[in-house]
Design a protein around this ligand. Sequence first.
Ligand SMILES: [Fe+2]
Length: 342
Amino acid sequence: MKNFLFLFCFLSFSVQAQNLRIAFGSCAHQDQSLPILKQIGDLQPDYFIYLGDNIYGDTRDSAVLAGKYAQLGSNPNYQYLKSKTKVLATWDDHDYGENDAGKYYPMQNVSKSLFLRFFEEPLNSPRFEHPGIYTSYEIKRAGKKVQLILLDMRTFRSDLCLYDRQTMQKDSIFFYDLDYIPCSGSDSTFLGEQQWKWLEQQLQKKADLRIIASSTQFGHSYNGYESWNNFPSEKDRMIHLIQKSRANGVFFISGDVHYAELSELKLDGLYPLYDLTASGISQSWHFATPNVNRIQGPVMENHFGLLTIDLRKKRLISSIIDGQNTERIRRDIPWKDLRFND
Ligand SMILES: [Fe+2]
């Protein structure tokens, strides 16, 4: 019996060691009870990545922002999540401090120090050394390496280019008011030069899989809202950077839009670029925008994302799970499908 128990424990440990599970989500209002966080905690994933709008700060008053973080910190579901997994985070506009804010937001340093303190950033972290909060992690397990790259889509972003409802025509597929048009100026930036240089170095490192976390969507088609499509030259730069560095295994995750969907970008000279959007831990929206790159979804009910990385079979299973624990989106991707044909 003892031997059987030992074998059972050994086998279950082996299965755990061969799988890496990374949950993620965004858009969680601190006034809500956030039961999705409890659900994620029950799963005990290896990591949970907050993709932004982790609280709805929306203030230039640092005491108010600090109070809203404290509110999340005292939420029992958040405390439970934190006790069951390692919580990582980047931010989006509402926790940065203001709706759709970019590099001219004057309180960004205050927001940054509150963010880093709340998420207990180690004091020797490079995040304290450079502007912005971009960062990366390397997870080594079972002889494989998985890179987590968390982008900062706020600190360096140029002003957006406004859609003028008086003078501009919109395509008939858009049944709602558009906010922004793509910016064409070459001086427009999303990531900023320093973050681009850092990302270039990240993609030169060896890794079997690279999860790139962007608070705003990357893989969808233009919809008139805020996303990588506001800066086409920056989106092209990302694609060219992946091509130039021959970086295998890139998979995007994103948030912000209050629903879930899986987008696939098919490009010449590159493997498919997937973007799994999980947005709506507590928030929801009444419609999904047109997206010609959408291959699954949308899921309009509250949910979270889950990446199950099978290190032995070399597969990435990407899922969206709703509040009833139902898997609403699932794509099982062999790693070899995320490779350049050398
Ligand atoms: Fe947002």
